[in-house]
Design a binder for this molecule. Sequence first.
Ligand code: HEC
Length: 136
Amino acid sequence: MNRNRLGWVLAIGAIFLLTACTGANQPPPNDAEVHPAVKEDDQGKAEDSDSAAEDSEPEPAAIDPAVIFSSNCARCHKTDRSGAKGPSLLPDRLTKEASHYAETITNGSGPMPSFGSRLSVEEINALAEWILTPVE
Ligand code: HEC
């Protein structure tokens, strides 16, 4: 039994060696067949992580009122909200509800420009809530 098996192994080995030597051009095509398959897998994984990144994009874009304020409002109300061209926007002076101030921000007031077309409703609401909280 063992002898027979050894014989088969040797025979197969010999055939393998023969085909490997005579078919010298074959290994490269075999390589080419193997590697693209590996690359496809890699691309598949890359696409997966890309789409995962796209899915999670809205979260980093979460509204940060302080950032919106510093780029839209601080030039008139000052970064610390203590007021300059516009009045101070601090909770001890703002006695009305957030919705009232959201309306002021949306439509403007006197010299203050309207932001209804520049900021989203969510951003304006976040700003209105934010100016009613103490400065950190
Ligand atoms: C061009 C200067 C200017 C900019 C920019 C500006 N404001 Fe004003 N803001 C004013 C002025 C002036 C007033 C007072 C308006 C009035 O007397 O009717 C005011 C009033 C306000 C009020 C009402 C305060 C109160 O006591 O009722 C709020 C709230 C407010 N601004 C928030 C903001 C926010 C938030 C932004 C940024 C999105 C902003 N403002 C941008 C000038 C500005």
